[in-house]
Design a protein. Structure first.
Lengths: 227, 232
């Protein structure tokens, strides 16, 4: 059942990504100020949406773990955080490539870039903490707390768009008052977002399976040692 | 919470804080080490840039908070780790004092210790780098107190969180510094402004709000979650 789900989601993600790659690269015209490089937005923005949604889901899963003390939620939180961190890395990488072309620099210490990097560091710390603790329930407990503290920091990132005037381009999607993109140019962002969400779901399912298996192996090993 | 339980919570908090402060003031180990360390960093800074340049004004806030947060790590690392000997931590957890009071007591003690180190190194900084901030002393003290509370709350919480880990000394700074960045950014900006004579006003009140908000949010989160961290 799960294998079928993984297969279907994979197929869906691959289909949409291929179709949108064709659309973005061959159908859409260059942007009038930025030229061809603006197309990176079709991966940058969907990746940031997927990553942030993942961090919030991880927050929910961590809360559920603390509420129920069921280790399944911990495995879910760990898998989602790992996958989201990957998408956060994509956001930083694509953003840097875009910045090199448009601003002429790889990195600028703009508030949004900095806070994104801070989030990345927090969740990298979360994953490092998980590796430093052997006992599963202790690991689940402590990393749930770190996830909650880290997500609070993400809220500060989110608010920072309003708090600080920044060098980062203002949000271009129409959901935020008016926006700046032409209607035909905007839809690939949402399609790619759907594709990346499917991809994220696939990765999370596979990662969770690994997590559950490694826990099972761990408990078998403990049993073997106790004899 | 009834009136008596609030009273007993507060008296437990005070008891823990005074216990920590008393044991630190008897040995002064962490205080001395932390102060010596911050003086060393201040001396190192003189090689990193021209100490007599005008540029110093614009980076003074940043320098100070780097010193403060490094010095803080030394104090905070020991906060819970010192209770591991003779199973004192287990005794504290099983005592009738609520874990929230245990946390707050330790946070207050750390705050006092860190403030002492910071004010001393602020004096050394003024001496070495000819910084004149006398006119803005009160606002600077306020910003230092707010920033220090942020460092202490997060630091004490993560000191409890990492107390039983193998790589405690490495994990604490790795986890704490990224979380502290919003507070440190705010404190650095405000301190730099105040040191160069700009009072807290229209342009920088947002940073004061960030700092107060940070302290408030993480104080509440820490008191709520300390039980999960220490007890389970």
């Amino acid at each position: 059942m799960r294998n079928k789900l993984v297969f279907v989601l994979c197929l869906l993600a691959a289909g949409i990504l291929c179709w949108q790659l064709y659309n973005v690269l061959l159908n859409l015209p260059n942007e009038k100020d930025q030229g061809a490089i603006y197309r990176i937005v079709y991966f940058h923005v969907p990746a940031i949406f997927t990553g942030f949604i993942g961090f919030f889901i991880a927050l929910g899963a961590s809360g559920m773990y603390l509420g129920t003390r069921n280790l399944k939620y911990d495995a879910f939180a760990a898998a989602v955080t790992e996958v989201s961190l990957t998408f956060a890395t994509i956001v930083l990488a694509t953003g840097m490539i875009w910045g090199r072309i448009i601003w002429g620099i790889w990195w600028t210490w703009d508030a949004r870039l900095t806070t994104m990097l801070v989030c990345w560091l927090i969740y990298a710390g979360y994953l490092m903490l998980r590796r430093a603790i052997d006992e599963p329930t202790q690991r689940a407990r402590l990393s749930a707390v770190v996830s909650i503290f880290g997500c609070t920091d993400i809220m500060i990132v989110w608010k920072s768009i309003e708090w600080w005037r920044t060098q980062h381009p203002a949000p271009v999607l129409s959901v935020r008052d008016g926006g700046g993109m032409a209607p035909g140019m905007e839809s690939p962002i949402y399609w790619n977002w759907l594709a990346l969400m499917c991809l994220a779901a696939v990765l999370v399912i596979i990662r969770m399976r690994q997590e559950n298996m490694s826990r099972e192996i761990d408990s078998l090993r403990r049993m073997a040692h106790s004899y | 919470m009834g009136k008596t339980s609030v009273g007993s919570f507060l008296s437990s908090t005070v008891a823990i804080a005074s216990k920590d402060l008393r044991s630190e003031f008897r040995t002064k180990e962490a205080l001395n080490a932390s102060f010596a360390f911050s003086v060393v960093i201040l001396v190192l800074f003189s090689f990193a840039f021209d100490p007599s340049s005008e540029q110093l004004q614009t980076i003074s806030g940043g320098l100070l908070w780097v010193v403060f947060s490094f010095a803080g790590a030394l104090i905070l690392n020991r906060s819970f780790a010192r209770e591991l000997q003779n199973d004192c931590l287990d005794a504290l957890i099983s005592s009738p004092a609520p874990t929230g009071a245990l946390f707050l007591g330790k946070a207050i003690a750390n705050f006092v210790l860190l403030m002492i180190v910071e004010l001393a190194s602020l004096g050394v900084f003024a001496l070495f780098y000819d910084s004149r901030f006398g006119a803005q002393l009160l606002p600077i003290a306020l910003v230092i107190a707010l920033g220090t509370w942020g460092i202490t709350v997060i630091g004490t919480m993560f000191s409890a969180l990492t107390v039983n880990l193998r790589m405690r000394e490495m994990m604490l700074p790795t986890l704490v510094y990224p979380l502290l960045i919003p507070a440190l950014m705010a404190a650095m900006t405000l301190t730099t402004d105040l040191m160069s004579g700009t009072p807290i006003g229209k342009d920088n009140t947002i940073w004061l709000r960030v700092l107060i908000g940070f302290d408030f949010i993480y104080s509440i989160l820490s008191v709520v979650f300390i039980d999960v961290v220490l007890v389970g």
